[in-house]
Design a protein around this ligand. Structure first.
Ligand SMILES: [Zn+2]
Length: 193
């Protein structure tokens, strides 16, 4: 399948390859890879095919559940309030399958990138503090809450201590969806019933 490139706008220059995989207790997910032969734009994504109810997961992260499996869809907002971290979906958001530690590692990488780019002292200090906190969480020295909110209900935290709840209408309104790429329109997971 070919599509127009969202980056260089070349027509039918992006080759899209997809692969589906069934995940126990979760459903079918589709991994898609896009590659533009004109500009080299590349984007990989994991999305769930089944339509689900909006969902919110709350997990108290401890040393015991760092290995808990996490499926994070591209429409998910992840928050760790104790550290002041929040990642909202954008057009480049990617879905992925990982575990709690993997989520923390991604946060760590993002903060390190921000730290290397920033020239403002208070931003740097804040980033350093966040990195120290993440390290403590990974060592089991600090307990934090991992909140995952997904208006499309595709995300999941697989742990006995994870609390699954429904998102309120108000909460959904405040969430960004991150859906901007064509493959979602194609699957119509943008549309409400
Ligand atoms: Zn391109």
């Amino acid at each position: 399948m070919f599509a127009d490139c969202p980056l260089c706008n070349a027509r039918q220059s992006v080759e899209v390859t997809t692969k589906t995989e069934k995940i126990p207790y979760f459903g079918e997910i589709m991994e898609s890879t896009m590659l533009c032969r004109e500009c080299g734009y590349k984007h990989a994504d994991t999305i769930c095919i089944d339509q689900k109810e909006p969902v919110k997961y709350t997990l108290i992260v401890s040393k015991d559940n760092l290995n808990a499996r996490v499926v994070k869809s591209q429409s998910t907002t992840i928050t760790i309030p104790e550290i002041g971290l929040k990642v909202e979906p954008g057009p480049q958001s990617q879905g992925y399958v990982s575990n709690v530690e993997g989520v923390l590692n991604r946060f760590e990488k993002a903060v390190k990138t921000a730290l290397s780019w920033s020239e403002e002292d208070h931003v740097k200090q804040n980033a350093v503090r966040i990195l120290e906190d993440i390290e403590k969480v990974k060592n089991g020295q600090k307990e934090v809450t991992l909140v995952m909110e997904d208006p499309f209900g595709h995300s999941i935290v697989m742990d006995d201590t994870a609390v699954r709840s429904e998102l309120t209408v108000e909460e959904i309104k405040n969430l960004k969806t991150g859906f901007a790429t064509f493959e979602n329109e194609e699957l119509e997971i943008n549309d409400d019933d």
